[in-house]
Design a protein around this ligand. Structure first.
Ligand SMILES: NC(=O)c1ccc[n+]([C@@H]2O[C@H](COP(=O)([O-])OP(=O)(O)OC[C@H]3O[C@@H](n4cnc5c(N)ncnc54)[C@H](OP(=O)(O)O)[C@@H]3O)[C@@H](O)[C@H]2O)c1
Length: 336
């Protein structure tokens, strides 16, 4: 399977390491032979239509800060030229999420689908701003669009609701979908002020470069958009979410909640409306997880409420969700 990889940061590099360490068993067990024919980051690209050397790719990025030093060739392709001109079966989009115009991911994804490539995106931006039209574009071009890693990192939240609960009617769901704000709120419950909890989360590398994405609830809202479209069949985008972040949560609020045996959590919910905001959750509720964990409870017509808990982020975890998507693409295309 020929792959173009857009972005070579935490997730992109984890994916390459995963392919490298699992190459034999992926082939033996699933007949999958991923061949990365092109990679680009913000500074340049590396191309080899017979397949790039994965170890060399990671070493080059580590040594030079970009994949553009992979070879001495002077003919460097831009990312856009690569998608236009390089033959590949799947495009994997791992550039940074942005909720203003979703670029550069939006251009990568739409160009690839129009060219007939299947797409796997862990980048939430394009889906948050244009989920319904991207799905239409995929159908129109008869390609598959997969995005397991956008919600829950490696925890298969979307697959659980879509596949394990098939036949059921999910009536509502609510969850903690952003690990960073959960970490901050957990530390505030343990006595830290908002400022010192934020600083600690930053020191540990949990906070996005643009902290508003976490603190103002935008990351959780993007995930809620993806869930609402995919699981509930709604046609919504970011402006349809009523969104409040955690900046106004005080230690007083947290103490008041604790007296009622509750904790304050940033909850993304789909009930009568789509909403992200701080809510009191009983500490006995399975949803009430701490630290960077994510949790989501799905309530269905016949099977009651079930809660899934897991790590919501992490390079390798997210890379494993890309692998799941790739195996699905292989299986679905093999049927045709
Ligand atoms: N990390 C996680 O645990 C996780 C979990 C789920 C989903 N995600 C999503 O996955 C995506 C990647 O996350 P990450 O943690 O790997 O981020 P990251 O480490 O910041 O990597 C982003 C990559 O995108 C590249 N890039 C940025 N702008 C570009 C441009 N204009 N053209 C080409 N490449 C560009 C960067 O290039 P340089 O290397 O040159 O800077 C970098 O290689 C994000 O959308 C994130 O929201 C991440």
């Amino acid at each position: 399977m020929r792959i173009i990889l857009c972005g070579f940061g935490v997730v992109g590099q984890s994916l390459v390491k995963l392919f490298d360490s699992r190459s034999e068993d992926l082939y033996a067990k699933y007949g999958l032979k991923p061949r990365i024919v092109g990679v680009f980051d913000s500074k340049g690209s590396a191309v080899d239509s017979s397949g790039l050397d994965l170890e060399k790719l990671v070493e080059t990025k580590k040594k030079h800060g970009s994949v553009r030093n992979y070879s001495n060739s002077k003919n460097k392709m831009s990312g856009i030229d690569m998608i236009k001109n390089l033959e590949a079966d799947v495009l994997i989009e791992t550039t940074a999420s942005n909720y203003k115009d979703a670029e550069p991911g939006m251009t990568h994804i739409t160009m690839a689908m129009k060219k007939g490539m299947h797409v796997i995106s862990v980048n939430k931006g394009p889906l948050a701003l244009a989920f319904p039209s991207l799905l239409e574009l995929a159908t129109y071009n008869q390609v598959l669009l997969k995005f397991s890693g956008t919600v829950g990192g490696g925890t298969p939240i979307l697959d659980y609701a879509k596949d394990s609960l098939r036949g059921e009617r999910i009536t509502s769901f609510a969850g903690i979908l952003n690990g960073t704000t959960n970490y901050i709120l957990t530390n505030m419950a343990n006595g830290l002020t908002f400022e010192s909890a934020l600083k600690d989360a930053k020191d540990k590398g949990y906070v996005e470069a643009d902290e508003a994405l976490d603190l103002d609830g935008l990351d959780a809202a993007a995930k809620l958009v993806i869930l609402a479209n995919w699981i509930m069949g709604m046609k919504v985008t970011m402006p349809d979410i009523k969104c409040t972040g955690i900046r106004k949560v005080t230690t007083e609020d947290i103490k008041k909640a604790a007296k009622k045996k509750c904790a304050i959590k940033l909850i993304a919910s789909c009930n009568k409306e789509l909403e992200v905001g701080p809510k009191e959750v009983s500490i006995d509720d399975p949803l009430c997880v701490n630290g960077t964990l994510n949790a989501i409870a799905f309530t269905s017509e016949h099977s009651g409420t079930q809660t899934i808990i897991g790590k919501g982020a992490g390079g390798m975890e997210t890379a494993s969700s890309i692998l799941r998507d790739l195996l699905d693409i292989r299986q679905e295309t093999a049927k045709n």
